[in-house]
Design a protein around this ligand. Structure first.
Ligand SMILES: CC(C)(COP(=O)(O)OP(=O)(O)OC[C@H]1O[C@@H](n2cnc3c(N)ncnc32)[C@H](O)[C@@H]1OP(=O)(O)O)[C@@H](O)C(=O)NCCC(=O)NCCS
Length: 208
C-alpha cells in the first residue's frame, strides 16, 4: 500500500501540497516505511530499516537504519555503511556471516528533521541527532548532536543551527509529531523559529 488517489487528493485539497507519485511499492512490502514517507525507486533499503512519516530519500543505500520524521535525504546517500574486516585474509564477506565473530552492521539512527546532503556516507552505528544537517559529500564517522551542522571528511561540526535555549525548546516541543497540514492550517510562522515555537506550544495546549 502507499498513497492512494483519495488520500493524495485529500491532502491536496487541505494544503495545496502535491504528493509525489514515485513510491516504490516493491520496496515497501519488505521494509517498514511509513505510508507518509517517500522512498524513491533508486533507493536500495534492507528489511531491517524503518522510515517514519514525511521523510524522503531520493537515491542511495540504507542498511539497518531507523529514520525519523520529516527527514530530507538527497541523492546518492549511503546510510549505515557496513564494515569489512581489514586484517583478515580477505575483506570479502564470503568469510563471515551474521552469526560469526565479525559483525558488519550496527544500528544506525537518524533523528527527526535531519537534512542529509548529496553524496553523504554515514558509517554503521552512527547516531544523528534531531534537526542536524549533514553537508554535501561528508563522511560521518561519529555521532552528530541535535541541530549541529557538520561537513567534510571526516565530518566536523561548523556550527549549530540555533542557540542552545532554542535547541532545548525544539527538542522538548517535538513539533515533528504534528502533521504538516495542521501546522500549515494554523499559519505557523516557519521562518521565525522563536515565533513558531510559541505558536506550536499554544496549539499543543489547545489540543491537550
Ligand atoms: C552544509 C551546508 C548546509 C552549510 O550551509 P551554510 O550554513 O550556508 O554554510 P556556508 O556556505 O556559510 O559555509 C560555511 C563553511 O563551511 C564550508 N562548507 C559548506 N558546505 C560544505 C561542504 N558540504 N563540505 C565542506 N565544506 C563545506 C564553507 O566552505 C565555509 O567554509 P569557510 O568558513 O572556511 O569559508 C551546505 O553547504 C550544504 O552542504 N548543503 C547541502 C546541499 C545539498 O547537498 N543539497 C542536495 C539537495 S537536498
Amino acid at each position: 500500500m502507499g498513497y492512494d488517489m483519495g488520500f493524495r487528493h485529500w491532502i491536496y485539497k487541505k494544503t495545496g501540497l502535491k504528493l509525489r507519485k514515485n513510491v516504490d511499492y516493491s520496496v515497501r512490502k519488505k521494509t517498514t516505511i511509513s505510508e507518509l514517507a517517500t522512498v524513491w525507486s533508486q533507493v536500495v533499503i534492507d528489511d531491517e530499516s524503518t522510515v517514519d512519516d514525511h521523510s524522503y530519500i531520493i537515491s542511495g543505500l540504507v542498511k539497518n537504519t531507523k529514520i525519523g520524521k520529516y527527514c530530507s535525504i538527497a541523492t546518492n546517500v549511503t546510510i549505515g555503511a557496513d564494515r569489512h574486516p581489514t586484517d583478515w585474509l580477505s575483506t570479502h564477506h564470503f568469510q563471515y556471516n551474521d552469526t560469526d565473530n565479525f559483525k558488519p552492521l550496527k544500528i544506525t539512527t537518524i533523528g527527526n528533521d535531519v537534512w542529509i546532503g548529496a553524496n553523504v556516507v554515514i558509517m554503521t552505528g552512527v547516531n544523528i541527532g534531531d534537526g542536524a544537517i549533514i553537508g554535501a559529500s561528508a563522511v560521518v564517522t561519529k555521532d552528530v548532536p541535535p541541530y549541529a551542522i557538520v561537513v567534510g571528511i571526516p565530518a566536523k561540526m561548523i556550527r549549530y543551527r540555533f542557540d542552545p535555549d532554542i535547541i532545548n525548546k525544539l527538542l522538548e516541543l517535538k513539533w515533528w509529531d504534528i502533521e504538516h497540514y495542521e501546522l500549515i492550517k494554523n499559519n505557523i510562522n516557519f521562518s521565525n523559529v522563536e515565533k513558531a515555537i510559541e505558536q506550536i506550544e499554544m496549539l499543543k495546549n489547545k489540543v491537550a
